[in-house]
Design a protein around this ligand. Structure first.
Ligand code: DON
Length: 584
């Protein structure tokens, strides 16, 4: 599996590489690297919580690989940022090995239980509301994060397995202070969800019937116990036995229980999938293939390149970015799903000739963008009608980590439990995901099916798009990714275009107003400068603009620049960036 992934990634990388002397890119200190044949920039970690970044840097200081740091950091995030991701959820991990140039994508996405059915979210011909589906046991998929830890550690890890869990076990045992973001969501969740009603989550998040407050010391002995067992016994302590049984029992619990069983848990496997790369000028954007939506990053950047070619100024570049998103989202929505189950014309969607053609299908600003037909354009065979229109509805609990280790190896990892606090169902010290609501829940009565329909054993489509950019020499120049549900492709694309075309630093690109153009509306974050000016310009150009007071991005990115590593954490969440100097 690994060799196949590497083969494809490398083929695409080298197909776009060119002689170092001809490179026009001056963002990377390639000469110094060539001279030393080593990594001179030190290590860096950025993630959504300071405790998680401290766990990552603890591993990096011990000489750990970026993968060791990612596992340690994510085990901490599952504790201190339980609303966003954890052991009960899934993740996508993109890993770069600097010495070999290898790139791997490990898919730890949740899988539908064997008992899942295409119409499990339908009742009397009507689709269940998102809120009902979200907190139902049907929404719980087999969690993949823990299997992903083991799989990636076997391939890349340097530190002993058990050491990776020490920071999280320490924090869970000794306690940690409840963060403002965690505290902020609890009253809202009390009103809108079952978090304060399900006995285990009520006892943990609302002790004595009162929501936890900022600064409260929170301990989680069950989490410490589960992690200690994983640390000493390996992942069989999670996928079989008591923990697996507690997950199945929680998913099956009434009201509105699901079908997930201990046998589903035992059957879980990580998938090593192809990394996909595509050119942006003389650079290469590499990202995760379906069921991830990484491909949308390549499409947005390539479409933007065509559409912005005649831009008269910065505002025209923004509308080109908007149009690129609208076209790419329409294709993503229509064609992406589980690649093991459906035939996705991915190569054709990413083909530069199709992209060139698609860029000419510029859609009127207020119109609903329709999907293109890459197979028709390239091979004369209509295929868009193979699938019915997408009905997937995605809501906002996910997190992103970017890490570069002291040898220049890197990870980009987006991890999720789907909605805030996942399904609000609890097992062995952690929340269970509601990832199955990432499927198209509505089933067309005419028997047609969207590409992202539910099926047993299937992985739902994901918007998560961990990505990396490489320069013309094939050297790493950027690691990026974000949470944010179906806005993820827009958030991440903003950092890629912002750094590579708008001349921004990592922090400037993260801070820039988010602009999300999916369907007939364009959302603009006006609470951040120059959001209001962008919104006014787009309105004048005829777009349906929705002004937003804030956006839920959680961009954690690292740019490899001439002066070393330039990292950024998204001020919209609670993240930090920390550097570790080589040899520390
Ligand atoms: O995999 C997905 O696309 C979604 N489950 C991600 C949800 C998300 O990012 C929520 N973020 N705040």
């Amino acid at each position: 599996m690994k060799r196949i992934a590497l083969g494809l990634a490398l083929l695409l990388l080298y197909a776009c590489s060119q002689d170092p002397q001809e490179s026009t890119n001056n963002n990377v200190d390639a000469t110094e690297q060539e001279q030393t044949d080593g990594w001179v920039h030190g290590a860096m970690a950025t993630a959504a919580n300071p405790h998680a970044v401290a766990a990552a840097t603890e591993m990096l200081e011990k000489g750990g690989h970026a993968v060791d740091a990612a596992i340690a950091a994510h085990a901490v995030l599952g504790l201190v940022e339980p609303q966003s991701s954890g052991l009960g959820g899934g993740a996508f991990l993109l890993v770069y090995e600097r010495e070999t140039g290898d790139l791997d994508f490990y898919d730890g996405r949740e899988v539908a239980a064997a008992g899942a059915t295409v119409d499990m979210f339908m009742r009397d011909g009507q689709v269940m509301s998102f809120v009902e589906a979200w907190q139902s046991g049907k929404s719980v998929g087999v969690p993949g994060a823990v299997a992903l830890y083991q799989y990636s550690h076997e391939q890349h890890g340097r530190l002993p397995w058990a050491d990776l869990f020490a920071p999280a076990i320490r924090l869970a045992t000794d306690g940690f202070e409840v963060s403002p973001r965690l505290a902020k969501y609890l009253p809202m969740m009390e009103e809108r969800s079952r978090l304060a009603k399900n006995p285990d989550t009520a006892a943990y998040f609302y002790p004595g019937g009162k929501a936890l407050q900022v600064g409260d010391l929170l301990k989680n002995p069950d989490y410490a116990e589960t992690l200690s067992r994983i640390a000493t016994e390996g992942i069989s302590a999670f996928y079989t036995g008591e923990v697996a049984e507690s997950i199945a029992a929680s998913a099956q619990a009434e009201p509105n229980g699901g079908t997930l069983t201990a046998a589903d848990m035992e059957a879980y496997t990580v998938s090593a999938r192809p990394v996909i790369c595509g050119a942006f000028r003389d650079l290469n954007i590499c990202t995760t293939s379906p069921p991830s939506s990484g491909g949308a990053q390549i499409m947005i950047a390539a479409l933007y390149d065509h559409l912005s070619a005649d831009a008269a100024g910065p505002m025209d570049k923004i509308s080109a970015f908007v149009d690129a998103q609208r076209l790419a989202y329409a294709d993503r929505d229509h064609y992406f799903g589980d690649p093991d189950e459906i035939d996705i014309p991915l190569d054709d969607l990413l083909n530069p000739e199709y992209i060139r053609h698609r860029a000419t299908e510029r859609i009127a600003p207020a119109a609903v963008p329709t999907p293109g037909d890459p197979v028709m354009v390239l091979h004369g065979e209509p295929t868009a009608n193979r699938w019915s229109p997408d009905t997937t509805e995605e809501a906002a609990g996910t997190t992103h980590l970017s890490i570069i280790d002291a040898d220049g190896n890197a990870i980009s990892m987006t991890a999720t439990i789907e909605g805030f606090f996942g399904s609000q169902r609890w097992a062995s010290g952690f929340l269970l995901n509601n990832e199955m609501t990432d499927f198209a829940r509505e089933v067309p009565a005419d028997g047609s099916r969207p590409a992202n329909a539910v099926a047993p054993g299937r992985r739902p489509r994901s918007s998560m798009s961990p990505s990396m950019v490489f320069d013309a020499n094939g050297d790493l120049m950027m690691v990026t990714g974000s949470p944010g549900g179906n806005s993820i492709p827009a958030y991440v694309a903003k950092t890629i275009v912002g750094v590579l075309d708008w001349g921004m630093s990592a922090q400037e690109a993260v801070d820039h107003p988010n602009i999300i153009a999916r369907g007939e509306n364009v959302r603009v974050e006006i609470s951040v400068d120059p959001g209001q000016a962008i919104a006014s310009d787009l309105k004048e150009k005829g777009y349906n603009v929705q002004e937003r007071d804030g956006e839920n991005s959680g961009l954690h990115i690292i740019v490899v620049g001439p002066d070393g590593l330039d990292g950024a954490a998204d001020k919209r969440r609670e993240g930090v960036v920390r550097t570790v100097q080589k040899g520390q």
